[in-house]
Design a protein around this ligand. Structure first.
Ligand SMILES: [Fe+2]
Ligand SMILES: [Fe+2]
Length: 186
């Protein structure tokens, strides 16, 4: 029943203004999670916490490899590892921020990090082995982010967009690491 305040109700896909306003006033404690949020926020928070664990484990693995990289061509490898470690930390921060926006709590408990992480904390031995372990980890991250993005389609566009941006950076990481590896073999 449109009244003079609900001009937008003529838009077929948009709920009329009065209903939107009324719904927004309910469950204020849920913050950004409104009644048309398409996913189960608890499940999204859980999935994001596992992605957060993955990012933290990636930071730690890159740091370890950064400090331990030695030998010929280790300068360029070190530089790449340091840059990636910083970017994985940025991903972790963005994910933690989103968890809070959804009404959850970022799980940074060190006891469960490696259990929840998609990629493993594997210490490479030689320089080539370190680089190879990083490539494996990046490929795991790419696959899992791609699946999560797919799952969020039509459910939570903000989380989906954030993960798409992170996915694009993981793809760049894989390309960078792959070319390091190719350079070491050649
Ligand atoms: Fe990352
Ligand atoms: Fe990465």
């Amino acid at each position: 029943m449109p009244d003079k305040n609900t001009a937008a109700s003529a838009t077929p896909f948009l709920t009329d203004v009065a209903t939107l306003r009324e719904r927004a006033r309910k469950h204020l404690e849920e913050g950004a999670v409104t009644s048309n949020y398409g996913a189960d926020p608890k499940l999204v928070i859980k999935v994001l916490n596992d992605a957060l664990a993955t990012e933290i484990v990636c930071v730690l693995r890159y740091k370890r490899h950064y400090f331990m990289a030695q030998g010929l061509s280790s300068d360029s490898v070190k530089e790449e590892f340091a840059e990636h470690a910083a970017e994985e930390q940025e991903h972790a921060d963005r994910i933690a921020e989103r968890i809070v926006q959804l009404g959850g709590e970022p799980d940074l408990n060190p006891d469960s990090l490696t259990k929840r992480s998609h990629s493993e904390y594997k210490e490479g031995t030689s320089l080539v082995d370190k680089v190879r372990e990083e490539l494996v980890a990046e490929r795991v991250a790419i696959e899992s982010y791609r699946e999560i993005v797919e799952w969020l389609h039509g459910k939570d566009s903000t989380t989906k967009r954030m993960l798409e941006e992170i996915l694009a950076v993981e793809e760049e990481h894989a390309v960078d690491i792959n070319s390091l590896l190719a350079g070491m073999k050649g």
